[in-house]
Design a protein around this ligand. Structure first.
Ligand code: WTA
Length: 641
């Protein structure tokens, strides 16, 4: 990460977005948090950080309350709710069984093949989770052991995660799109005793043979004692290795009752490997207590979850969004969460809209990359569906360009649903900078820090950068859902806090704040370009391209230049009907240069069919750049497809 922090100067703002959108009065009136309470929360979060989070913690149930909210004595190894005993599963499941939610649908599961759907009530889910926890116990697993879960969005994935947490076993979900090598690396790093997987997975109309990757990986995974296999596709698979066990066989005889383990608030909940768009995977560790408080508080307020809502986070469970927003968060709030197994284009590009109408989804949360992909198929597709039940929309994962924001707002939200553009990270565990349903919205801006989140934009030395200019986005005070360490690498964890002076957490992102205090993410610090002395973020350049009608996707990198230091090269995927001609090249250059001004020097445009992305849809600029410069691209295991 340090390499990218060589820049001392603030980044320039090349584009400015003037449009603003106000929420409809009925959204404001019915919001879980009113404008007045929001103001109060902001004020309290500034004045009394611990009091703010204590209030949120009081909404959940604890076996024993804390002696102290926050212990900073070993900073940056912060501890939250010190002395408290709890279990996130108690709050996500057990307590609902005792309430009116017992027979409420907890999870709606929609398979990729049309017509395959299942629903589990809170009570049914509770029983299945108990069974799986009993299975783990019968296999000899104990509190603190690790289980790797290598499965797509299946009900069994949710059951396995909750079953682990119930007895204090640490889960690590490995995205089912990852290769055998990526799987092996992560399983070995976590020293997992068990892998849970499925015979196969449905993905965009094809069957992916997951089990084959496991077969390959476990040859070199000495810690793995058992592999539990869920039958999903029914493909013939080899079960001859003595370590393989069928999920159904194990579950059949398992007890439907299992005590929830009473855990220390700081007991590890899960490890999630992230390499983001840069190098080697890091095992981000989250714990039961603070994580449940942070995720509960942010989701309830930002997505405004109501008792009758169907909430759909269209992310993969192998991503932090899947953990916090598909599974734990909604269950903590007692909501009905929808889980979709498959690809947004299967069987056709209107699958998301079809699912929204089929189940009456009220809140839809997805990523800019998905929106841009669907935009290519035209507005007629969402327009063919009612989408009447939608009340709120959300986006996460990358800066959303204003064109995509507007498309989403107009064609999906029908100008009635505010868009929650939530900025956060695997490391933060919960939303950090985000609008609220009551907020004024600016397309492309992530609005303001969540109450009690202390954010600043600074230079390399930690000095605040004047408003309007961009710099390093840092977080100055701890928050409860923060990661506690990197698994097996406490020094790596400490580094996040040492890059910039002042005991601040360096996010690795570059951002600016406008005159209203709204934040605009300009890109990853690693990707910042320095052209003729001006620091320029990738988002501005890409957004200028996105605003041209011919452009479906764009990715910008810097390449060395003997005169300017660096110049920009942009990879462009064209929309259907456009041809990559010299004329279009010229037109695009003229167009974006006019948009961006003379500072951003676009050296060349390359028309490509695809842009390399991670499985969560982030552009891998590092891959483009190393290819361009003939360098080693580094770890490619998180590359999608
Ligand atoms: C980027 C995803 C702009 C950012 C939850 C961050 C965003 C990284 C946004 C973390 C957003 C996430 N606007 N950029 N709303 N949300 N990012 O760990 O660069 O997969 O640092 O967590 O995604 O990605 P991660």
């Amino acid at each position: 990460m340090e390499e990218s922090f060589r820049f001392k100067e603030p980044t320039e703002t090349l584009l400015s977005e003037e449009r603003v959108f106000r929420p409809l009065p009925e959204i404001v009136v019915e919001a879980n948090i009113s404008p007045k309470d929001y103001k109060k929360a902001l004020e309290k979060g500034q004045r009394d950080l611990e009091g703010f989070w204590e209030e949120a913690a009081e909404k959940l149930e604890w076996f024993k309350k804390w002696d102290r909210v926050l212990d900073e004595s070993h900073a940056p190894f912060y501890r939250w709710f010190v002395g408290a005993k709890c279990n996130i599963v108690y709050n996500a499941l057990d307590r609902h069984i005792k309430s009116f939610r017992k027979n409420k649908v907890a999870i709606i599961w929609q398979g990729e093949p049309l017509g395959e759907k299942k629903k589990l009530t809170y009570y049914e889910l509770y029983r299945r989770v108990n069974q799986f926890a009993s299975v783990l116990k019968s296999l000899g697993l104990k509190k603190g052991d690790r289980v790797a879960i290598y499965m797509p969005n299946l009900l069994q994935t949710a059951i396995a995660m909750l079953g682990c947490a119930k007895i204090g076993v640490i889960h690590t979900v490995i995205h089912s799109g990852f290769s055998a090598i990526a799987l092996k690396k992560r399983v070995n790093d976590a020293k997992a005793r068990v892998i849970v997987t499925s015979d196969g997975a449905y993905w965009n109309g094809k069957i992916i043979n997951l089990k084959k990757a496991v077969d390959e990986a476990i040859i070199e995974c000495p810690s793995v004692e058992h592999v539990i296999v869920v039958k999903r596709t029914g493909e013939p698979i080899d079960m001859s290795d003595g370590r393989y066990l069928w999920w159904d066989d194990l579950m059949e005889g398992a007890s439907e009752e299992c005590e929830t383990e009473i855990l220390d608030a700081e007991h590890p909940l899960y490890i999630l490997y992230t390499s983001g768009t840069t190098g080697e995977p890091k095992g981000v560790l989250h714990v039961h207590g603070g994580y449940m408080v942070g995720v509960y508080r942010t989701l309830k307020w930002v997505f405004d979850l109501k008792e009758t809502d169907i909430y759909w986070c269209a992310a993969d469970i192998g991503w932090v969004t899947g953990h916090s927003c598909l599974l734990y968060g909604p269950l903590l709030c007692g909501a009905t969460t929808l889980m979709y197994e498959g690809h947004p284009l299967c069987p056709k590009a209107d699958r998301l809209w079809q699912i929204v109408d089929k189940f009456g989804v009220n809140i839809l949360y997805t990523a800019p990359t998905t929106i841009r992909m669907l935009m290519r198929f035209g507005a007629e597709l969402p327009r063919r569906h009612h989408l009447k039940t939608l009340r709120l929309l959300g986006t996460v994962g990358e800066p959303i360009n204003p064109e995509a924001w507007l498309w989403y707002y107009e064609n999906v939200g029908r100008e009635r649903c505010p868009i929650m553009d939530t900025w956060w990270q695997t490391e933060t565990g919960m939303f950090m900078i985000t609008p609220f349903p009551i907020s004024l919205l600016k397309p492309g801006s992530v609005a303001k820090p969540f109450p009690a989140i202390h954010v600043e934009i600074v230079d390399r030395e930690g000095n605040p950068i004047p408003q309007g200019k961009g710099g390093f986005l840092v977080i100055k005070r701890p928050w409860p859902a923060m990661f506690r360490t990197l698994w097996g690498d406490p020094d790596g964890y400490k580094k996040y806090w040492e890059i910039i002076p002042g005991n601040v957490y360096t996010t690795g992102d570059v951002a600016r704040k406008d005159e209203d205090g709204y934040f605009w993410i300009q890109g990853r610090a690693d990707d910042i370009m320095k052209i003729a002395g001006h620091c320029i973020g990738t988002a501005d350049v890409e957004n200028a391209f996105f605003s041209h009608p011919a452009v479906a996707e764009a990715a910008c990198i810097s390449i060395p230049d003997s005169i300017k230091g660096e110049v920009a090269k942009v990879f462009v995927v064209l929309k259907k009907g456009y041809k990559p001609t010299d004329e279009l090249d010229r037109e695009l250059r003229q167009y974006v240069q006019k948009e961006l001004g003379p500072i951003a020097i676009i050296k060349s445009i390359e028309f490509v069919k695809n842009i390399p992305k991670t499985s969560s849809g982030k552009i891998m600029r590092r891959v483009l750049k190393s290819k361009e410069l003939g360098l080693d691209p580094g770890d490619l295991t998180t590359l999608a497809d």
